[in-house]
Design a protein around this ligand. Structure first.
Ligand code: F6P
Length: 549
């Protein structure tokens, strides 16, 4: 397809907007009794209901034309076959290889990566079984009761989210330390016994300032408590692509779990970076997580666009971001176990698609990555839902809910499910002023009160949402869900023509922090700054006497 065909596909969508965008969804439902059946998709027991969107069948047709014109299918094939889609770093993008479950060979630069993938999975099983079963002991012979995972960004958010979701309390306690603010590590260590604590240093590069600072402090704490450097070998393991730096830190090669430069940080939970998941939930659960992601990978690669879940979610996102002007979308899992899902998704989406330059090196002409945010329901209903229901902004929502709970507390889950479905219904259907007035009158409100209050109680409705329902939140389903969103982000990046796999935007801040740090700790003389930064440094000096604590 040519760029003029792509442009024509965009323009067709813009023209279509005028034709349908203001038709209330409640009218669309009334006009089409098949709307639910027409706009739902299934993968095993997972159902995506996208009927509560401002769309008609023609909308989806035009969106799929756009995907065709952008050659999304070609990009998918290139990813699965190891092409170097990450053009600015000259790297393949192969997190799908990490969850490949069959005998297929996947080559990067002519070499099959699968034997290495399988070897690390075996190493993870041996180690996690050893720690969970008590065979792996600390320096004093104590079994491991606590694991401190030190990492940041993609080396933390995925394992944190998944471990919180799948932890059944039958493994060691997990603690995640990411922030270089010392209070994070200090508070974590305060409650721990060094003899029974294992540290995981998780860093693809093994150079990240936050992670290495925390790792060095943790190492000093451990050696101080146990009185010997030898303890490091029994209490530290590393997850990294940088073997040399792990060795220099003092972690023996036998305690290193490798991964590769074709694994992007935010796509790395499926690699050795997922070790805390195996420690918390067992390696069988980790394998099931991979099985689920693999099932979604196959679906993504093989299902036609009209039956393809990631494609559909992505196209709806494009419709709102590029055609209807939504700046963000909310993801609201009605599941406390998914409390960190939005935080994980934020990095997957915003670090991937927060780009202004296309793969061709030219500035893009259309809006790219949306702002992703969210919190679990029902808590979210009592914080930001007011704005989604009655604010002036358009905020499409994704709701996620399990049909069955696993906590055994009677009465709770029906309330969760009812609230989840009710929020989506209320957002779509709204409430007219006539209805509000009638209800207030029926409740005996005085006419003056009705006039004064009724406008405030009106809901415009017509606010879109997707509903994702699955039987239960087991490891396999979580793998399906994560891969669903990863591939959604992929499709959007392909349509926008950007590189979803680099993150140069985080570099400038890192460089300038290095320069300012050198000034603060006195290792280099002051350098010129803008007036604001210079003023802030002067104020900091006036408060501290210029000494970093
Ligand atoms: O925030 C930038 C980033 O490079 C992320 O992409 C990555 O997940 C994170 O830093 C951590 O990097 P590393 O695993 O190399 O410590």
């Amino acid at each position: 397809m040519t760029s003029s065909q792509l442009e024509a596909a965009w323009q067709a969508l813009e023209a279509h907007r005028a034709a349908i965008a203001d038709r209330p969804m409640r009218e669309l439902f009334a006009a089409d009794p098949q709307r639910f059946a027409r706009f739902t998709l299934r993968l095993d027991d997972l159902l995506l209901d996208y009927s509560k969107n401002r769309i008609v069948p023609k909308t989806m047709e035009l969106l799929r034309n756009l995907a065709r014109a952008a050659d999304v299918q070609g990009a998918v094939e290139r990813m699965f076959t190891g092409a170097k889609l990450n053009v600015s770093e000259d790297r393949a993008v192969l997190h799908v290889a990490l969850r490949e479950r069959g005998p297929r060979a996947i080559a990067v630069d002519g070499a099959d990566v699968m034997p290495g993938v399988r070897a690390v999975l075996t190493q993870m099983r041996t180690f996690s079984d050893g720690v969970r079963g008590g065979a792996w002991r600390g320096q004093t012979g104590a079994t491991i009761t606590d694991v401190v995972h030190i990492g940041i960004g993609g080396s933390s958010l995925g394992p944190q989210m998944v471990a919180a979701a799948l932890d059944r309390g039958d493994g060691p306690r997990l603690h995640f330390v990411s922030n270089v603010d010392g209070s994070h590590l200090a508070r974590c260590l305060a409650g721990l016994d060094a003899a029974s604590t294992l540290f995981i240093v998780a860093s693809k590069s093994f150079t990240t300032q936050e992670t290495m600072t925390n790792a060095r402090s943790a190492r000093a704490w451990l050696v101080g408590k146990l009185g010997t450097e030898k303890a490091v070998a029994r209490h530290f393991v590393a997850l990294s692509t940088n073997t040399a730096a792990c060795g220099a830190f003092g972690i023996p090669e036998s305690n290193m779990f490798a991964f590769w430069d074709w694994v992007g940080g935010r796509y790395s939970s499926w690699s050795a970076i997922g070790l805390p998941i195996a420690l918390a939930a067992g390696m069988d659960a980790f394998d099931q997580l991979l099985d689920g992601a693999h099932a979604m990978d196959r679906h993504f690669r093989e299902a036609p666009p009209e039956a393809n879940l990631p494609m559909t979610l992505a196209l709806l996102g494009i419709w709102y971001a590029n055609i209807l002007g939504a700046e963000s979308y909310a993801v609201v899992p009605y599941d406390q176990r998914l409390a960190r899902f939005a935080a994980w998704l934020q990095q997957v989406d915003m670090e991937s698609n927060g780009k202004t330059v296309g793969t061709d090196g030219r500035r893009v002409t259309r809006t790219t990555g949306p702002i992703a945010w969210g919190e679990p329901g029902t808590d979210a209903q009592h914080s930001f839902f007011q704005l989604i229901h009655q604010g002036t902004r358009l905020v499409p929502c994704d709701f996620l809910v399990a049909a069955e709970a696993d906590h055994g507390l009677a009465g709770h889950h029906a309330i969760v499910v009812a609230n989840c479905f009710a929020q989506a219904e209320a957002l779509m259907i709204g409430r007219t002023e006539d209805d509000v007035r009638a209800e207030m009158r029926a409740a005996g409100a005085a006419p003056a009160t009705v006039d004064r209050v009724a406008p405030h109680r009106v809901f415009d409705g017509n606010r879109p949402s997707n509903m994702i329902v699955f039987r239960r939140l087991d490891p396999r389903t979580l793998g399906v869900l994560m891969a669903l969103y990863e591939h959604k982000v992929f499709v959007q990046g392909a349509i926008w023509g950007i590189n979803s796999f680099d993150q140069w935007g985080v570099e400038l801040g890192k460089q300038l922090a290095g320069r300012i740090l050198a000034e603060i700790d006195g290792s280099s003389p002051p350098v010129p700054h803008d007036a604001s930064t210079a003023g802030l440094l002067a104020y900091w000096r006036s408060l501290t006497g210029g000494t970093a604590p």
